[in-house]
Design a protein around this ligand. Structure first.
Ligand code: KIV
Ligand code: ZN
Length: 536
């Protein structure tokens, strides 16, 4: 079947849900973001509720059609995330994931109760390998589970997505039977994941062509791609699926996800925008919001974007060589296939100085995609003024780092007050730290092998804890020796990880803030799981 015939199949499908997309245009592709679910499954990428809500708001603002907010049966945190995202997001469909059993589906339905637009996404493995070793189920039993789970999900919602886990390694005859069963049972979206990132574009596209040709009721559903990036082919495979007639793409911001990650949303939508001649598909994404989403996800997870990453890497629009710079000055199109502005990057990001007032600061925060309350704005404004006193040029990135550091710091049990460090080659390095713990000022002096170690030892002395440091990462927010350092600290306790962020022109202060931030997050997590464990 040709791409044209397949898009006819997509065209005649009923709109799967009251999505904002209202897919009545044959070439409209639904963007399904799973940063909060598949993305969060990356080891170390845990996000708390407040962070998930911030990301969900940005995704909604940028025009994402479906936001998969979590896997409600997996944990109370996931349940809460789906429920709370469902309360605040109004324009995007909110999806909750479930395995193919009634308990999972009941839990997903409960989590979605407040969502205006909701989808239950249920999945089961269909490949011989997964059925035999993971599920230990015969194919006929898998078919029964598909029927039962999809019908049960349909008893709650009209919008049901069914996924064939490891679909790209499933035998074609069996996959056709599974898809036909799911659609008969009421699935409105059929997702065929390349779960292990094994597919190659031609073959993955052909899989959809095969399904459109052989599944008799294929025209009753929207088909979806979901590609992992183990061979670096996730975006290419996704676009091949779309060329074959799929009209939903599942992806994540910055390509976050298990192992090598998922297909990157920003790469997919910019490929469609830049090469609309070769890929005449539309989507509802405001690409100018891409950088805001990318920075936020990176800051929250501590997953730094590689400098040469397509679209959102620091160097993606940088031109170093003389020949390139010369060409750029004559005509930007010589070396630029898309403008920095189209992804939300301003060429000159110099923003404000010490004379900027509250109104300008408020406007800048809004511009950067932040919706902060008055107290948070005030707290960040004070820190901004302080920074502007120390640093000649204040860039957008500086403000983002400050806000990310400050957000959520209210109501924290432990607060950073001051730090004095003696460092250098003569040793011993020594940190004099003052914290406020539960409203009380406490101070200590500690030594360590290096100033960071001394600082962290001082924190442990003031607030003894068992959490293990898993990651300590520093990066310069902008250029120059007066740049702010943005530090990420990852702590682990009883298998739970949290990421803390801190920013300051002093790397040690940023480190201390990041550690304290992580510790506070751990306390909140403990409080939710075992209130009795709170006495540090
Ligand atoms: O990769 C995968 O197969 C998945 C499914 C649960 C949709 O994430
Ligand atoms: Zn996946």
């Amino acid at each position: 079947m040709t791409a044209t015939t397949n898009s006819t199949a997509a065209n005649s499908a009923p709109t799967p849900a009251p999505t904002p997309a209202q897919v009545n245009d044959a070439n409209r592709v639904i963007i399904f973001d799973t940063t909060l679910r598949d993305g969060e499954q990356s080891p170390g990428a845990s996000m708390n509720l407040e962070e998930k809500l911030r990301i969900a708001r940005v995704l909604e603002e940028m025009g994402v059609d479906v936001i998969e907010a979590g896997f409600p049966i997996a944990s109370n945190g996931d349940f809460e995330a789906v429920r709370e995202v469902g309360k605040v997001v109004r324009n995007s469909v909110i999806a909750g994931l479930s395995r193919a059993n009634r308990r999972d589906i009941d839990r997903a339905a409960e989590a979605l109760q407040f969502a205006e637009r909701k989808r239950i996404h249920t999945f089961i493995s269909t490949s011989p390998l997964h059925m035999k070793y993971k599920l230990q189920m015969e194919p006929e039993k898998v078919l029964e589970a598909i029927w039962d789970s999809v019908s049960h999900a349909r008893s709650y919602v009209d919008d049901v997505e069914w996924s064939a886990e490891d679909g790209s390694r499933t035998e074609h005859d069996f996959l056709c039977r599974c898809v036909e069963t799911a659609i008969k049972a009421g699935a409105t979206t059929i997702n065929i994941p390349d779960t292990v990132g094994y597919g190659v574009p031609e073959e993955y596209g052909a899989l959809f062509t095969m399904l459109f040709n052989r599944v008799p009721n294929a025209d009753k559903a929207i088909f979806s791609v979901h590609c992992h990036n183990d061979l670096g082919l996730a975006v290419a495979n996704s676009l091949a699926g779309v060329a074959a007639g799929a009209r939903q793409i599942e992806c994540t911001i910055n390509g976050l996800g298990e192992r090598a990650g998922n297909a990157a949303l920003e790469e997919i939508v910019m490929a469609m925008r830049t090469r609309a001649d070769a890929m005449p598909y539309s989507n509802g994404i405001q690409t100018e919001q891409i950088m805001t989403a990318s920075r936020l996800v990176s800051a929250v997870t501590g997953f730094v974007v590689q400098p040469n990453k397509a679209i959102v890497g620091k160097n993606a629009f940088a031109h170093e060589s003389g020949i390139h710079q010369d060409g750029m000055l004559k005509n930007a199109q010589t070396y630029e296939i898309m403008t920095p502005e189209s992804v939300g990057l301003n060429r000159s990001t110099l923003v404000m100085g010490k004379h900027s007032g509250r109104a300008a600061f408020r406007a800048k925060l809004k511009d950067l995609g932040y919706a902060l309350g008055d107290n948070a704005i005030e707290e960040t404004f004070v820190r901004f003024k302080d920074l502007a006193d120390k640093k000649k040029d204040v860039f957008d990135e500086d403000i983002i780092a400050l806000v990310d550091d400050s957000i959520g710091s209210t109501n924290e049990r432990i607060r950073f007050v001051s730090l004095m460090v003696v460092a250098g080659s003569k040793g011993p390095q020594r940190a004099e730290l003052e914290l406020e713990i539960d409203g009380e000022l406490v101070t200590t002096v500690a030594t360590g092998s290096g100033p960071v170690d001394a600082t962290f030892n001082a924190i442990s002395a003031l607030f003894p804890h068992e959490a293990k440091l898993q990651l300590y990462q520093v990066h310069a927010v902008t250029e120059g020796t007066d740049a702010q350092a943005e530090v990420t600290v990852r702590l682990e306790e009883n298998g739970k990880t949290v990421n803390g962020q801190g920013a300051d022109t002093d790397t040690l202060v940023a480190s201390c803030r990041a550690y304290v931030h992580a510790l506070n997050k751990l306390l909140t997590k403990r409080q939710k799981t075992a209130p009795e464990a709170l006495s540090a």
